[in-house]
Design a protein around this ligand. Sequence first.
Ligand code: AMP
Length: 418
Amino acid sequence: MPRTQPIKAARGVRDILPAAIPLWREAEQGAADVARRFGYQEIATPVIEQVELIQRVGEDTDAVAKELYRLEKRGSQDLALRPEATAGVVRAYFEGGLNQGPQPSRLYLIGPMFRHDKPQKGRYRQFSQFNVEVIGGASPGFDAEVIELAGSWLDEVGVRDVRLELNSIGDAKCRPAYLDRLKDYYRPLKSRLHADSQLRLERNPLRLLDSKVGQDQPFKSAAPKITDHLCADCAAHWALVRRLLDAAGIEYEHNPYLVRGLDYYTRTVFEFYPGGARGQQDALASGGRYDGLAEAEGWPSTPGVGFAGGLDRVIELMAVKGEPVGTRPAADVMVLPDGDLAVEAAEVARICRSVRSTAVDYEPKSLAAKMRSANKLGVKFVVLLSPADAAQRTARLRDMSSGEQTDLAWVELPTRLA
Ligand code: AMP
């Protein structure tokens, strides 16, 4: 039975049409160029991973708890679409034996991620990330390096008005005592907090600091700050990251409320936001140190630091700059057969393709109509092919900008088009 409604794309996903592709390529190319300039190598991991890997590293995050795309179970493995890349990259680092080579491994990945998020502008169910990881390196130099890399990428693609926020969330040595302080501070205020925050108070008190609900805001400013309670090692790390950023001329704001709610995150956390307006905005790139992640996945304890940049959001800002996109024609040359000459036109196109991109207009329309559409497409040359031409393996080449026309043999086309 015919459907009354055409079938549309799934909710929260987007097509990238040809006109928008140049901007995507520019953002991806910029990412790859900057990563390589910093000595990073590309890695590609599957978009499906075992649910267990994803859950081990993200149990308490929305991306995993509420937004995971789980696949129907087939056979014994429970699989899901990856909501982020770091878990898979760390897995691949060990499985692929990169941990046996010189350390650290500097890796980058560009690819799609999947989250069953509430769709809105800048928030999609399939989105693309530029992911950068340094695995096997504990020095604060790496923290500053990935921050500089993220900033250089945004700069490279023309997104210059950004704000960098930075914090340290300590480590397994100093964080537990700080969390006790935080709970002591919030307990008397419990009844005045949002219901979700009341639940977090005992389970994941750090998350109270990045609560976005209005009712929790008045209590934040007097809450103890973790950077006032770091152990000596974390304090030294925090100081050196800031010194390195200062020396690199990278401006940042210390945001004591910037946190991550998972135990394996350690020390440095940072986020890049679009500059200007404040308030609840979506980050362009988010990152930090995760010295406990490898162990959470069941591998030997190995330090790491990295970030994920959101291509969709960065490209939206690049597009706002208003650069013309999508003006390039699909092909330089269009072959216009006059009549039923598909085989011959295909052969002529094959000859032209040795030097220039070439397409054939196979539509059953008049030569005049084919000329009009070639004009509209903005091709540089057309090759007109009549039945008499085809019989003699000749054609008429027209230069669309000068209007100059030349009759020539097919074999001469490559030299004339080159
Ligand atoms: P996260 O892994 O949540 O820290 O996200 C890292 C980056 O990916 C963010 O800074 C965003 O730029 C981007 N991002 C996260 N979720 C989405 C989404 N649903 N749609 C588009 N971009 C996203």
